[in-house]
Design a protein around this ligand. Structure first.
Ligand SMILES: Cc1cc2nc3c(=O)[nH]c(=O)nc-3n(C[C@H](O)[C@H](O)[C@H](O)COP(=O)(O)OP(=O)(O)OC[C@H]3O[C@@H](n4cnc5c(N)ncnc54)[C@H](O)[C@@H]3O)c2cc1C
Length: 399
């Protein structure tokens, strides 16, 4: 939608071909219905892919200032909250609505329920075969998204046209998703939401750490800190590596302070409470017996009877609780698809294909995925704007 708006504003005659019954369906579910449409930063450290630096020239052309100005001009008043921008109205539907209105104002031809069958580079023009008939354009911008959350329309079919055009797609896997764990106790602790620190190890090598509200589910780990580690975790699993998370259930204090605190607490409750009871108010009650069990300790023993060594073992579980990841939860429910069109085959300043003049790529279908927090949508807008503007310029040359 951004690509079409920018191309039309640059004077091109534009048609959007969409196979769903309306444009921008995925936008409605973003940010829990509130649409976190941009983030505070736009650096290569915020993105994954074979070459994350690919995003740099794109954001130099269309960065945060341009994104906010673009949406403000369309009527979206930005509201800043915890590192991300949202429409002040708190409605993702507002973002989809203003984009659609602008497309209509610019006279962009919109074809919905238009299933594409093939795309052909046919002598200085693109022939797009659909079940509604053939469309021809001097340039073509492909922005068909990834292959997660299929019911919004991004079913991965866009990648199918690329093989005929000679483009390569790097392996696709879900990012920003929950993970299944090998340990069998997750049924017991499902439903807990707890502030935690997570450290990711792939083949025992530390890869990254994150903190935030962790969700313990019946299958394993979810929530924002797990999402933030999802790309390297999924990549590790995809490559057959062992992937382990150490969860710190008491991230605000050091291991030393944790030991000290437990020693004091257990001594204070002495014979009045058992180990389990001594931890109530410190950790969620469903979690406490699991921590004791994993430390091979009897939670029913009087708090004052735990030895220094036993308290250390308990503390190890609290500060570095091992969870072995076996698989991502579901591909389809992930928020983003990692992998995509090989960035080595795309110009990073214009997003034009290096294989076909006049063919452009934008958004999630490129081998770029961002962290959680507005990074994926800002990539979609920025890359769409750059691709659309440059496609309009190229189409004038191809006249
Ligand atoms: C639940 C959820 C919440 C999210 N929340 C956020 C958030 O708050 N902030 C954030 O930055 N990101 C968020 N994301 C990620 C973000 O929505 C996507 O990265 C972004 O929408 C990608 O934009 P896109 O235009 O590249 O692809 P999409 O938004 O997927 O759009 C692709 C379009 O192409 C159409 N299409 C696909 N194949 C074809 C075909 N063969 N023919 C014709 N049309 C086709 C689709 O129907 C769709 O309309 C979220 C994702 C999900 C699933």
């Amino acid at each position: 939608m951004t690509a079409a708006i920018m191309a039309a504003r640059a004077g091109a005659s534009v048609a959007v071909l969409e196979h769903m019954d309306t444009l921008g369906k995925k936008l409605l579910v973003t940010g829990n219905g509130k649409c976190n449409f941009a983030a505070e930063t736009q650096g290569e450290v915020d993105y994954y892919g074979a070459n994350p630096a690919f995003v740099v020239p794109v954001f130099q052309s269309f960065g945060l200032e341009e994104i906010l100005a673009f949406f403000q001009e369309l009527g979206i008043e930005p509201y800043f909250n915890r590192g991300g921008y949202y429409p002040r109205s708190g409605q993702a539907s507002a973002v989809a609505a203003v984009l659609l209105k602008e497309l209509q104002r610019l006279g962009v031809h919109i074809y919905v329920q238009c299933g594409i069958r093939s795309i052909e580079d046919a002598h200085r023009q693109y022939k797009i075969e659909t079940k509604e008939g053939n469309f021809y354009g001097k340039c073509c911008v492909l922005a068909t998204g990834g292959k997660t959350f299929r019911k919004s329309g991004s079913d991965g079919s866009g990648f199918l046209y690329l093989t005929g055009l000679g483009h390569h797609v790097t392996p696709l896997f879900p990012a920003l998703t929950g993970f299944c764990a090998k340990q069998t106790f997750f049924q017991e602790i499902a439903g807990i939401r707890i502030r935690a620190g997570l450290t990711l190890f792939v083949d025992e090598k530390k890869q990254a750490e994150e903190s935030g509200e962790l969700q313990l589910t019946a299958y394993g780990l979810s929530g924002i800190p797990m999402f933030q580690l999802a790309h390297p975790a999924a990549e590790g699993l995809q490559n057959g590596r062992t992937v382990r998370i150490l969860v710190d259930f008491y991230p605000e204090i050091s291991m030393e302070k944790c030991r000290h605190k437990l020693r004091e607490r257990f001594a204070c409750f002495g014979n009045d409470k058992n180990g389990c009871e001594a931890c109530i108010g410190l950790f969620p009650d469903k979690l406490i017996p699991v921590l004791f069990r994993q430390a091979a300790l009897d939670s029913k023993k009087k708090a004052g009877h735990f030895s220094e060594k036993e308290l250390e073992a308990f503390c190890d579980q609290i500060k570095a609780f091992p969870v072995d990841l076996t698989a991502w939860h579901t591909f389809d429910q992930a928020q983003v698809t990692a992998g995509g069109v090989d960035t080595g085959e795309i110009r990073n300043d214009t997003l034009e294909s290096l294989l076909h003049e006049g063919l452009y790529f934008a958004g999630e279908m490129i081998d770029i995925d961002g962290k959680c927090g507005g990074y994926n949508l800002q990539w979609a807008w920025a890359s769409g704007a750059v691709a659309g503007r440059n496609a309009a310029l190229r189409s004038k040359e191809r006249a």
